[in-house]
Every structure is written in C-alpha cells, then in structure tokens.
Write a protein that binds this ligand. Structure first.
Ligand code: SF4
Length: 359
C-alpha cells in the first residue's frame, strides 16, 4: 500500500516563517501546473493500490474546481483508491460553503485547516493572510461538512500567553484531529533574522505540555498530533512507519522500494519535465532500519516487535539490543513482550532517542 502526496506550490501571500517549496500567485493554481501533475500521475510506474492521498502545499485550496477534479480523475485512472483517505490542506481565507461542498462532492474526505492560532497578534506575527474570525468561520463550515478534519496550530509565537486560550477554543470547536507544531526560525526564510526571538527550550516544553493537558478528549498519538478515536491521519502514519509514498508536483519527495527521490524544486523546471527526478538516493538496509526505528518512536504506540521481524527478517534486538537497553535504563523507552514505545519522558525528549540510536 502506498501513500500519495501532491505538492501544490502556490500561495496568495508568503508567510515569513515558511520554508516549504512555494511561490506567489494571486489567483487559482495555473492550468499548466494541473496539466503537468496529471501528466506525471499518468506516467507513474509503481504500485496501483493506494492507502491515502494528501494534497499539501503551498495552498491546495487555491485549486479551481476544474483543476481539483482533473487531478482526482488522473489519480483514479492510475490508482486503486477504494477506501483511501483523501486529504486537502486549506487556508481559512479560501473556505466558503460552496467550495467545501465541491470538495466533498469531488471525493475529498478529510480537510486539514491551517488555523495556526485564534489570537490576532499571533496571526499577524506569523504574517498569515487570515484573521481569527475567518478561522472560526472556516472551522464551522468544514466541521459541518466533514466527519473527519484537522485543526492545525502553531505555538511559540508571541504573545505566548495566548496559547492557552487558543487551545481552549480549539477544544470547544471539537475537531476530530488536531496538530500543534512549534514555530521554527528556518535558515533562508525572512524569520532567520528574527531567530533571537525564538522561545527558549524550557518555554517550548511548557507549551508542549500545556497542549497535552488542555486537549482533553484527544489521544496524543504522535509528538505533534492529537486525535479522537478513529481519526488518526492515515497518510502521516505512512511517514511515521517509514513506508512507501509517491510524490507529485514541484519539489515533492517519493520513497519507493528503498529509493528516496525528489522532483525539481522550481515550478519552471518542473513544468518543463514533470516527474523528472533531480535527486535520487538509494537508502541502504542499515539506514532503512535506523529510520524505521526512529520514526516509529515518534508514535505513542511505538513499534510492534513482530513488525520489525517481518519487515527485516530478524528481531530488533539483534540490531539495536544495546542501545535499546540503554534507553530503557534512561527511562526514555519502555517495552513488553510484543512492543517498544516511548515513555512520556521519551515523548518530550524525543530527539534524545534519535541521537542515541544514530550513534
Ligand atoms: S505557511 Fe502555508 S500559506 Fe504560508 S507561505 Fe507557507 S505554504 Fe504558503
């Protein structure tokens, strides 16, 4: 089973903290881009059965109705999507009743709404084009139409005191899924120059814990993700289990049969030859085992020992027994007869687990 990722690299305004592949467009996603993605999907050589589709970006909610339908048709021609989770990321400003009804009719069955905050000052600091009221309105419209959807938040932007109120409002709205990512000041973004405004690690940890305390009724199933029963992101679980996915569109990564490859990172180049891989790297067995282990320990449930045995042909202890024992002793991992999982401490200090396994 495969995950399918589509990168739609257009945004009406560019947020200064963002380091995704994107460019500015004032209107809909250009037809030439839609045609290129359809061409790339049609030419794909690989599995037919897909577990999930994720329209990410950029801003997929800028796809015209005809553009979205054309891409979905191309996907249905090339893949078997029976029972697949099909997610579209949306900017609250783009959400209208009519558009959301169209997404639903077209076959989207999950929306991921980039709310980020319900505090105006935070939204302005982040340079978002929507305000808190348009976020509330968008939640209302999406929540009325979709059984499963995600409300996506960012923490760490000033004023940090607003975080509690944003969490409480999110709980009151009651989405089935919620993500909460820490703001980062990435090199190469306008925020790089503001890196001195980043909150200290202890405050970030405090905000992380505050999310866990306030998001009552949600299962904290991955470091940055919360879900009500039955609403975990099936697409993201593919990444966290280090399983195969195919990426289409500008700069999209694919990981299939041990090869990680990437499309051209500028849309001009992508349009000249859709699907041509500008980077490709064969991931050897050692690296695959390492990545599989580290990714699984982002999940509250961790990893089934049988999963490792079946995927790699021998027990996990044969490869990592010494470091696993060290991590049990440090209280970052726990185990029983069938499973290994991060303790609450291992959840908060997750990069310590990764560092220990890599060394
Ligand atoms: S955060 Fe989203 S909307 Fe903002 S520039 Fe990046 S991709 Fe575009």
């Amino acid at each position: 089973m495969l995950g399918i990722y589509l990168h739609i690299p257009y945004c009406k305004t560019l947020c200064p903290y963002c380091d995704f592949v994107k460019e500015r467009s004032r209107t809909h996603v250009p037809d030439a881009f839609v045609a290129a993605v359809c061409q790339e999907i049609g030419a794909f050589e690989g599995p037919r059965q897909a577990e999930s589709v994720f329209f990410g970006g950029g801003t997929p909610s800028m796809l015209s109705e005809a553009g979205l339908e054309a891409i979905l048709e191309a996907l249905h021609r090339r893949f078997d999507l029976a029972g697949a989770e099909i997610t579209l990321e949306a900017n609250p400003d783009d959400v209208t009743d009519d558009l959301v009804q169209h997404w639903h009719r077209a076959g989207i069955n999950r929306v991921s709404l980039g709310v980020q905050s319900f505090e105006e000052k935070v939204l302005r600091y982040l340079g978002r084009r929507h305000d808190a009221n348009s976020a509330r309105r968008a939640c209302d419209i999406v929540g009325n139409r979709f059984d499963t959807w995600s409300l996506d938040l960012i923490f760490g932007a000033p004023p940090v005191e607003a975080w509690a109120a944003t969490l409480d409002e999110a709980v009151a709205i009651g989405p089935p899924h919620l993500s909460a990512y820490n703001l980062t000041y990435e090199v190469g973004t306008p925020f790089e120059k503001r890196a001195d405004q980043a909150i200290p690690d202890d405050i970030a940890l405090q905000m992380f814990r505050e999310a866990e305390e306030r998001l009552v009724g949600f299962d904290h199933y991955e470091i940055s993700n919360y879900a009500k029963p039955g609403h975990q992101s099936r697409h993201n679980l593919i990444y966290w289990r280090n399983e195969d996915y195919a990426g289409f569109g500008t700069g999209a990564y694919s990981y299939i049969d041990g090869v990680r490859a990437r499309n051209a990172v500028t849309t001009d180049e992508y349009l000249r030859n859709p699907g041509e891989k500008t980077e490709a790297e064969a991931i050897d067995d050692n690296a695959t085992r390492l990545e599989t282990l580290i990714q699984h320990f982002r999940l509250e449930v961790g990893m089934e020992k049988d999963y490792y045995q079946q995927r790699f042909g021998h027990p996990v202890e044969e490869d990592y027994g010494t470091v696993l024992n060290e991590l049990y002793d440090r209280g970052l991992l726990a185990q029983d007869a069938s499973r290994i999982w991060p303790t609450p401490e291992g959840f908060y200090l997750n990069n310590e687990i990764g560092l220990a396994i890599i060394q």
